[in-house]
Design a protein around this ligand. Structure first.
Ligand code: COA
Length: 278
C-alpha cells in the first residue's frame, strides 16, 4: 500500500485557491514519487514549492526504507514551466539573491542526497523546471516534452544551477546554444544530445520511471550503488587523476563490507543475492 502526503504552503502566492496542495508525495516500496501540483501556472516554482520540495527530500533522507525519488508534474502539459515569473517581476537584487539561494538549496538537496533521483518530464521543462530535472540523476521524457532555458529572453539568466549542470551534462557548446537561443528542445533532440536518458509516450512515462526505479532499488547492493553514485557526481568536480585514485580507494574499501560477500558468493552459488541484511 502506498502513502500519500500533501504539503500546504503558506497562503499568499496562489491565485486560484487559498489552500491548494502544491506538491504531493507518494511513498512506494523503496522509493517515493514527488508531484508538483500547480497546474494553473504550469507547475511554476514559487518559494513555497521550493520549500516543500526541500522538506520532502530532507524527510525522505531520514527514512531508511526509501532509496529513490521520482519527480514529476501534475497534468499532461508541464513538468514545470520554470521559476515563478510573477514573483520575480518585482525583485530587487537582494530578493533575487535570496530566491536563487533557495533554488540552489533545493536543487543541491536533491543532487546531494543519497536518494537516486529520476525526473519524469511530462511536458514543458523550462527554466527552473529544466534545472530541477538537471538536479536529478536520470531524466525520462514524454514524447511531447519541450526543454529549455529561456531566461535570457526575459532579460535574466538561469539561476538555479542551469548554466553549470547543463554544460556538464551536454557540454559547453550545446549548453550555450540552448541558453543563448532560448530554444525549446524537443524530446527527440534531447535524447540525441544526452539531455534525457529515454523518451516514451506520455501514457507510459510514470510506468517507465517506476520500472527503472524498481530495478535500481531492487536486487542491487545499496551501499555499492551509493558509493558508485557519489564517485560519479563528486568526480565531475575533480581532476581525472584524483577521481580515478579515489575509485581505487573506494573499490578496495568496499571489500571491508558485507555486500561483496553477499553478491559474489550468490553469483558463485548461482543464487539471487539478498542484500537486505536479513
Ligand atoms: N511563472 C508563472 N506563471 C507561469 C509560468 C511561469 N514560469 N509559466 C506559465 N505560467 C502561467 C501563465 O502565466 C498562465 O497563467 P494565466 O492562465 O493565469 O494567464 C498559465 O501558466 C498557462 O500558461 P500559458 O502561457 O497561457 O500557456 P501556453 O500554452 O500559451 O504557453 C509556455 C506555455 C510554457 C510556452 C509559456 O507559459 C511560457 O513561456 N512560460 C514561461 C516559461 C519561462 O520563461 N520559464 C522560465 C522562467 S525564469
Amino acid at each position: 500500500m502506498s502513502i500519500v502526503l500533501f504539503f500546504y504552503g503558506q497562503i499568499g502566492h496562489r491565485k486560484k485557491s487559498a489552500r491548494m496542495a502544491l506538491t504531493s508525495l507518494e511513498k512506494k516500496n523503496h522509493y517515493a514519487i514527488l508531484t508538483i501540483n500547480r497546474p494553473d501556472a504550469l507547475n511554476a516554482l514559487n518559494e513555497d514549492i521550493l520549500n516543500e520540495i526541500h522538506e520532502h527530500v530532507e524527510g525522505l533522507a531520514g527514512d531508511a526504507a526509501i532509496r529513490g525519488l521520482i519527480i514529476t508534474g501534475t497534468g499532461e502539459k508541464a513538468f514545470c514551466a520554470g521559476a515563478d515569473i510573477g514573483q520575480m517581476a518585482s525583485f530587487n537584487p537582494e530578493q533575487a539573491e535570496a530566491f536563487a539561494r533557495k533554488g540552489h538549496k533545493t536543487m543541491n538537496a536533491i543532487a546531494g542526497s543519497d536518494l537516486v533521483s529520476i525526473a519524469a518530464i511530462n511536458g514543458f521543462a523550462l527554466g527552473g523546471g529544466l534545472e530541477l530535472a538537471l538536479s536529478c540523476d536520470i531524466r525520462i521524457a514524454s514524447d511531447n516534452a519541450k526543454m529549455g532555458l529561456p531566461e535570457t529572453g526575459l532579460g535574466i539568466i538561469p539561476g538555479f544551477g542551469g548554466t553549470q549542470r547543463l554544460s556538464r551534462l551536454v557540454g559547453p557548446a550545446l549548453a550555450l546554444e540552448i541558453i543563448l537561443t532560448g530554444t525549446q528542445v524537443k524530446s527527440d533532440r534531447a535524447l540525441q544530445i544526452g539531455l534525457v536518458n529515454q523518451v516514451v509516450v506520455q501514457s507510459e512515462l510514470l510506468n517507465t520511471a517506476e520500472k527503472m526505479m524498481g530495478i535500481i532499488t531492487g536486487k542491487k547492493g545499496p551501499e555499492a550503488q551509493k558509493i558508485a553514485r557519489w564517485l560519479v557526481h563528486s568526480g565531475l568536480e575533480q581532476p581525472l587523476s584524483a577521481a580515478l585514485e579515489r575509485e581505487i580507494n573506494e573499490f578496495s574499501q568496499i571489500f571491508s563490507r558485507e555486500e561483496p560477500r553477499v553478491g559474489l558468493t550468490a553469483f558463485k552459488e548461482k543464487k539471487e543475492p539478498d542484500f537486505s541484511g536479513g
